[in-house]
Design a protein around this ligand. Sequence first.
Ligand code: ADP
Ligand code: ZN
Length: 728
Amino acid sequence: MLDRVFDYLVPEELIPYMRPGVPVVVPFGRSVRSGYVVELSDHSERTDLKSILAVPGHVAGIPDSLMKLVRWIADYYVAPIEAAVHTVLPAAVRHGGARALARQKVILVQPPPPEEEARMSRRAPARFAVLQALRGAHGEAWLSHLAKIHSGAAQAVRALAKAGWVRVVTSERERRPELGTRLVQSHPPPLMPQQANALELISRAMESGHPRVVLLFGVTGSGKTEVYLQAIAQALSRGRGAIVLVPEIALTPQTCDRFRARFGDTVAVLHSHLSDGERRDEWFRIHRGDARIVIGARSALFAPVRDLGLIVVDEEHEPTYKQDELPRYHARDVAVMRGHLEGATVVLGSATPSLESWYNAQVGKYAWVHMPHRVDHRAMPVIRVVDMRAEMVRTGRPVAFSKDLLQAIAQRLSAGEQTILFLNRRGYSSSIICPRCGHVVQCPHCSVAMVYHRDREQVVCHLCGSAAPAPDHCPNRECGEPGIRYRGIGTERVEDLLRKLFPAARVARMDSDTMVRKDEYRRVLGEFRAGKLDILIGTQMIAKGLDFPNVTLVGVVHADIGLHLPDFRAGERTFQLLVQVAGRAGRGDVAGEVIVQTYTPHHAAIQAAQRLDWPTFYQQELAFRTELGYPPATHMVAVTVQGEDETSVAEAAGQFAMQLRAELGSDAIVGDPAPAPLRRIRKAYRYQVMLRTPAILAILPRLRSVWRQFHWPRGVKGVLDVDPVFLL
Ligand code: ADP
Ligand code: ZN
């Protein structure tokens, strides 16, 4: 990808079409390429400019408002502008052309007389082929399909239509994503005082003309979604559109259903399972203004909604809002920027706001409003922390389930209530270790232990996916001990143990191993909701947004996973996860109970989660971050240097750090390069250079210039991440 912008002359006849975001065809070297107008200028440093050749009519342009966002993303995240264009305009829309054919249906009205057809078979093979194909398809076919059978099909169809043999209809039905069940229209309920208060603040922001960002800090079940719905209704009544971002759309079909039930057909749902055709049609439906509300994951932020009035970022603390490839943008922060550029109010909602958003609210950058009660003042669940060290002393060995948790599950089963068990690790055992020589089975390409998956009888690397047969003796050749041990616990083993302990219970597991098909989520969640399952086991996949009134017990099997990772956000993540998971319990009339199993019961994050004491947690965490110079008090930039030869990686990282320091001086702290916590992934060694600065905007131009001029040696590459979220 070329990280550059090129100058061209605009021929007279194309001047009326020129604006940033318009697609163009240009001569490039000896070939012809397509691209987008980024900026108009009346001068250039080059004297040998070539002219733009054409403006292709069938390719969508980038709306004005979004073009500004494209530039901002490229600048802020130090990314090639082309990558930013690709992010904003989906491939299905960028490559226009043939897809329009997919909506044209050709119908055989009346076959021509045999002698006419015989003539065609000799003189007009394309027409003949089209007729044959139509006959073979019961008289109807898509033009796109015919075009595949014969390259001259489009022209032939026109001739046949003129003669009256066939008719072309534009399919009245667009390719709309599968909408599932029919929904009963829902009506806005009267709001509770805390909701009315929140809506009032959002509404004032929308009216003011100086829209602000509003942090909606509401406990799980406090009625945030209802506030979003009514805020959107207000935006619509002012003639403005809205975008709602959710962390992972496949996991929250209920949320989408609620929006569709309220607003009907004006809702467009964008998710990763759409076909290209569906994505393209939805894009144009939004662009034309037929859809005024868009719901989707990260990329829905770039939907071409007209007169955007409101952007909602639900569960704004979720790390999935950060894109892990170029451009490495954070959808929450880009949402704030888009709101700023288009005069839209941005609502960030969460029961456990990120430290960043909390901080911005504290310093007055964002307005914020708190909703501390559940709807109808249902009780918050009681959280019980079980010390697994004591459990180990009691039983003499590490166990998966404490006595308390087993009792609680048994009680729910006999009462006909439901249980969710949460464990953030898939597979059967987390490591395989030889009791004699201590050898741990490691991935040959990555610096992590292989995880045992019993259903496949394989050990699998969760980083690179490589797999091998599960060993039955120590693979260390000098040892060969037959009694190799499988240690640690994953969701697969939890399921296995539960089925043995409670043979009558109906159990299902949701993790990325079992949820490979796209309708699996809906099916399993549907069964759980319908009461056809007693226990649902899952990874973080089930920690989000689910609302099941009959769940009265949530068990966190091992709360310490993730708590001791070398990442300054480990405590924050654990706190958020526990509070979110706990929020799944007691959403109905029966009070909920949460049991958290841990080996470090006194850790601040676990203590705070147990007491649902967010003020103390946020204060402590902020103090700790500020003292050590971590975000949100500063901004961070992580440069990860990668390559198969460790020495050149380390050297290049050192060089890069030196240049950065020379350029930035005292405006930033540039740390010494060090091996990343995951030192090796897919055979590549990884070293990190961490930069911290209180003034990111001031250093960005210099950071960009060092980055663009730096020459990585052969076999080494650098990955730059502004405001990184994944630090391992
Ligand atoms: P959150 O998004 O904060 O988790 P929801 O908006 O999903 O909360 O509300 C929780 C439950 O309460 C939902 O079932 C919702 O339909 C219901 N609810 C929300 N607001 C009201 C209200 N004002 N009156 C009656 N029921 C409400
Ligand atoms: Zn691996």
